[in-house]
Design a protein around this ligand. Structure first.
Ligand SMILES: Cc1cc2nc3c(=O)[nH]c(=O)nc-3n(C[C@H](O)[C@H](O)[C@H](O)COP(=O)(O)OP(=O)(O)OC[C@H]3O[C@@H](n4cnc5c(N)ncnc54)[C@H](O)[C@@H]3O)c2cc1C
Length: 481
């Protein structure tokens, strides 16, 4: 019997888990995928939204602002990359000025400091490669960047260090209430708990509708991106947005925390919440919009394309707290589309505290504050690299040449409290395979290290969990018929 079961190990589930780790209780996180951060939390723009866009008075606005304020401190504590380069929301027609002024008003009401509407001359001074046809922009100095999957993995580790257990590859099929407990039925058996928290992203609506008469409706909304290599100097230091539309914040051009450029995302409503395909139509459409902001944008240095799925709830706001119209002990975070990454620390804190209050959990007397992730080898000075290598000779072998990731770091990614178990898990934690060759050179060595560290055979190592085997047999097994 658990005190709490959290369904979903995205940034929201992991933030809730980390908060609950500050209390004394038995907490279990279940996720259908083989790793944490396999849903929207691994495939988004990585923007820490300042909060100019959220409608004042909504939970989205409140949690966006609170989360954005928490983010720098949290990232420092966890050792996760964070930056605050600022943003411009561009308008290419005279009529756009009124929309920008409305956004500015919203920013003021939401308490976002420093925003102002600026004209072409100032825009081109800040970002000389912006389309000179631009008329006005909203300058948002508080707009930040975070590495979303590194944040999620670090939150999971911080939770696990305080006793939270993670059971992955476990899909929740049904929730049932029985006298004093919730029964969580999964493809790996049934689990009982005193409180259940539904943080299942695009899968959250289905679970909610099983237990509440107040039905929700989640539409999967896909966003496709181009990711560019970081070998060239950044075209822009800040994020370029266009005016928001009914479908979201529009297509952006943005640096990432690791110095890549990101173009996208599209916003397409699709029937299948797991369909993360990229399409020619989607990507071409995104590029046409990118070129409105950045006319000389090129695909020459694109290293990969990918997509993520937003969980859009028809009401448009986040739904956070106890599940209305359900037996007590059920909590949820539903419709956590953008700015859900930004809001996650705030959602984690509020939802974690509510559930702890409901269960009357004491503070964790053995609470261990998070250990910040070590500085990556790629960011070390020569003197730091020498010390690292003297302490651990595995720092002397570079496994991923594109991102300069050493064997010591790959091994540590696997040994972490919620460690990587597949190739993509290593990639999300330490960037091996994240660069120009996308793992072409380092994948075999990463596979060997995973096999050594986890005790599975080389052939069993997968790209991203069950069903994604890289090898199908040994050459010696192929015989002439
Ligand atoms: C294209 C795009 C761009 C975005 N850009 C930004 C941005 O720049 N800034 C920002 O603040 N936000 C952004 N967001 C929003 C942000 O990414 C999400 O709000 C956030 O990642 C949601 O986290 P989550 O934990 O709720 O969902 P997820 O990360 O999707 O996690 C849900 C988890 O639940 C699991 N799950 C689902 N069903 C079940 C089940 N039945 N049993 C067990 N497990 C289950 C899934 O496997 C998954 O791991 C963007 C989103 C997208 C898609």
């Amino acid at each position: 019997m658990q005190d709490v079961i959290i369904i979903g190990a995205g940034v929201v589930g992991c933030a809730v888990a980390q908060r609950l780790g500050t209390y004394a209780g038995k907490v279990l996180v279940l996720d259908a995928q083989g790793d944490v951060s396999c849903g929207a939390s691994k495939a988004n723009s990585g923007i820490v939204h300042a909060g100019y866009d959220a409608v004042p008075g909504t939970d989205k606005a409140r949690l966006n602002i609170k989360g954005a304020r928490m983010m720098p401190g949290l990232c420092r504590q966890l050792g996760v990359p964070f930056g605050k380069p600022g943003a411009l929301v561009l308008a290419f027609e005279e009529a756009g000025k009124a929309q920008l002024e409305a956004l500015l008003k919203q920013a003021e009401v939401n308490g976002v400091p420093g925003c102002r509407v600026i004209g072409r001359k100032e825009i081109l001074k800040m970002a000389p490669l912006v389309n000179p046809e631009v008329h006005y922009a909203l300058y948002v100095p508080e707009s930040g960047l975070v590495s979303p999957y590194e944040l999620t993995c670090a939150l999971a580790d911080a939770a696990a260090e305080n006793g939270v257990r993670f059971q992955l590859n476990t899909k929740v099929r049904a929730l049932r209430h029985q006298t004093d407990r919730w029964l969580v039925e999964t493809d790996q058996g049934e689990f009982a708990c005193r409180a259940v928290i539904n943080c299942a992203g695009v899968g959250a609506g289905e679970l909610h509708n099983q237990i509440s008469g107040r039905q929700v409706s989640i539409t999967p909304r896909r966003g496709q991106y181009y990711l560019l290599d970081h070998t060239l100097p950044l075209a822009f230091q800040m994020t370029l947005f266009q005016l928001p539309t009914r479908m979201g914040k529009g297509v952006l051009v943005s640096p990432t925390t690791h110095g890549n450029m990101l173009y996208g995302p599209t916003a397409e409503d699709i029937p299948d919440g797991l369909d993360t395909a990229t399409t020619q139509e989607g990507l071409y459409g995104a590029m046409a919009k990118v070129r409105l902001s950045f006319p000389t944008a090129s695909t020459a240095t694109v290293i990969t394309t990918f997509s993520g799925i937003r969980a859009h709830e028809k009401g448009g706001d986040f739904i956070i707290g106890a599940v209305e119209d359900a037996p007590e002990g059920a909590f949820e975070a539903i419709g956590i589309e953008s700015p859900g990454l930004t809001a996650a620390p705030a959602i984690g804190e509020e939802l974690g505290d509510w559930v702890a209050y409901y269960l009357k959990l004491e503070k964790n007397p053995r609470y261990i504050p998070p250990t910040p992730l070590p500085k990556p080898f790629s960011a070390m000075t020569d003197a730091e690299r020498r010390i690292a290598w003297q302490t651990d000779p595995d720092y002397g072998r570079v496994i991923c040449r594109c991102e300069t990731v050493t064997e010591a770091e790959v091994r540590r990614a696997i040994r972490r409290p919620v460690g990587a178990r597949d190739i993509d898990g290593v990639k999300r934690r330490v960037r091996a395979g994240m660069g120009r060759c996308q793992g072409g050179f380092c994948m075999a060595r990463v596979m060997e290290i995973i096999a050594e560290e986890t005790g599975v055979s080389f052939q069993e190592v997968s790209k991203n969990g069950p069903g994604s085997a890289v090898l199908s047999g040994q050459l010696g097994d192929v015989r002439d018929e």
